[in-house]
Each structure stands twice: as structure tokens, then as C-alpha cells.
Write a protein that binds this ligand. Sequence first.
Ligand SMILES: [Zn+2]
Length: 407
Amino acid sequence: MTRGALVFLCLCAVPVAAQEPAVVVRAARVLDGRGGVVTNADVVIERGKIARVGPRGAVPAGARLVDLGDRTLLPGLIDAHAHPAWYFNRQGRLHTPRDGDTPVQSILAEAANAYRTLRAGFTTIQSVGDARDADVRDWIATQGLPGPRILTSLEPITDERLSPDSLRAVVRARKAAGADLIKVFIAASIRDGGRQTMSDAQVEAVCDEARKVGLRSVVHTQSDESVRAATLAGCTQVEHGIFVQQASLDLMAAHGTWFDPQCALVLQNYLDNRPKYDGIGNYNAAGFAAMERALPLTTAATRAALATPGLKVLYGTDAVAGAEGRNGEDLVCRVEQAGEAPMHAIVAATSLNAEALGLGDRIGAVAPGHEADLVATDGDPSQDIAAVRRVSFVMKGGRIVRNDGAP
Ligand SMILES: [Zn+2]
């Protein structure tokens, strides 16, 4: 790293000073993330937090006005399932531990992904996960590295040969290493059929121990039986579930289990970037054929989930290499392919996700006392969801990260 780069990072790291003047962000409309709309609105920000939201008024003495004109302001978006550590190396292939990249190069790649994700309007992500995430998370939080707030599981738990007691020990080790949540694979990859790989007793051990140490459990499932196992074990959040049946959707609703199906982005991204993945592990001919078959099924599972009364369907994209910075695509899919109302999708990716992540009192809404995480789009995504592709303003914790066209 050059000295110039170091100076740049240090300048970014200056904390928001207590005496920093208030900022008024003015926009044609504000979507508050809970379904409400304020037109011709001012959002007053003090010390990195939202102090007031209301109709346009006089700008307080000493405050700075940021006028976004006809743009639509909404809470910073949240992705409950991201993989910022995944990247394509400089040979244009998926990075693997044996491709020659150094740990420093890998962490720079993750930092670039974090910045790309933030610029796309995602001010918080849940990474599930990678051991490298801890440093990136901490440098963003305290050292001025630009990126979204990151919650991470660190290394996911995948070893189905471990006894329930050994799995409990791994959960405690993740907690001790600073994990914000536990990620466990209890089913095979969609490329390998998605059958349940851990016994019900193993699933129960992981999710019960996570609860005992105060962490949420996020579970990779695919087969219907794996969705049921995670639900009955009291796990917090169930991922994917491409083969889920209606009875299991109803079961999750009855148990208050969060469900995170993906609409299309993750599978479409693999198919679009096939040459960069092909030949690595299960990214082979059979794996790609399985993903082609699964693409309509994952959209159908999303549609069925959204139609299930009482089921809490959050928003997580599973954005891997090639999809970072396009985390908004599944919002478009959910509305255009899975029948969701645009405002409902926006609420999922903001206040509902914040609640799922245990951060409902801090982020996910344009409301007094919340972090000033704000995004503006050209156009109104509550009318045309594709406007989420046109993010042109991003503020995180009261700091402007992006404001296209500003002088
Ligand atoms: Zn994933």
C-alpha cells in the first residue's frame, strides 16, 4: 500500500465530530421503510443520527442543506445474506485458497466488494460468512474503510461428521472469535441435490447452543425435510429452501421462523458467469444443469413464501462473486416475477430485515433516533421497483458516500 493510500484511509477515519453542523436532506418523497410516505420532506441529521423527519421547513441556522430534488429517499438497504469475501481473481476465475492470491490481496478484494455494495445502496449486510470478515467488519466500523455495516458468522459450520457435543463446542468457539451469528449448513448444495446432511440431533445442537450463547442461527437448507428440521430445532433464519413445500412454509409461519428464499440473482449470476466458475469443485456440468433446473423453482418458492399468511420473508440475495453491487436485483425479481407489491419488498429490505438482524431500533427506518443510513433513487421505487437500480445518493451514519451530480 502506498503512503498516499494510507493518508486517504486516515482522512476517512476522522470520526463525526460532536460540533459538526446538522445536515438537512431534502427530497420529493421519503419512504420510511415501514410503509409510510412523506412528500416534500426534510430529514434533519445530527451527529450521525436522524433527529427529525417531516414536511419541508426552514433550514436551521448553521445547518447544511442537501437538496435531492425529485429523487426518492429511503432507508439504507439491508442484505441478510451476502458473501463479500467471494471474488474473481485477476485471471478472471473464482478465487480459491490455492490460486496464488495472498491474504492481503484477498482482503483488498473483499474491501472492494464492500465498497461496491455500499455504493449500490446497501448500508448493512449479513455475511455468511468467512473468517476474513472480522477484519473488514472492524476496519469499516472503526478505521474509516468505506463499506456497509457488516454482521458476520465468520467461518460457516459445515462438518456433518461432528457429534452434537462437538458442534456445540464449535458454536462457542465462533462466539469467542467474535461472530455476530452462527451459520450452519444442514443440507447439500443445490449443485449436489440439496438433501439433508446433518441429523436432526446435530441441527438441534447447533441452534440450541447458538441460542444459549445469545447468537442467532442462520441455516442453509434446500430439501423440504431440511427446512422442517431447522424449523423444529428452533433455528432463527432458514435460507434458500428451494424444494420447500407449503406445509413447511406454514410450519415456519407458526414457529415465527424467518425465511430467506432467493428470487433469481444468485443462480442467474452463476449461469451468466459460468466460465469463471466452471471446473472448480461442484461447479461442473452436472452442477450447472442442476442450477438451470433450480432457477424457476427458486422463484416459485419465493412466490409461495410471499403468499403464505404470517410468514416472515426477509430479503437476502446470496450475492457471490459477480453479484456484489447488484444486491438490489432480487427486489426487482420479487416484484416482477414473484408477485410482491413494491412497497412490501422495500419494507422487507429495510425495517423487516433490521428486525431480523436484531437491529430494528437502530437501522432500517427513516425515523428519529435511527442511524442516518439513507439512500436516494432516481424515480420512485414504490411505483417502479426498477428504480432501485438507479441509486444516486448514499449516506451511512450521517456521512455522504455518494451523491451523483452534486457540485
Ligand atoms: Zn450463501
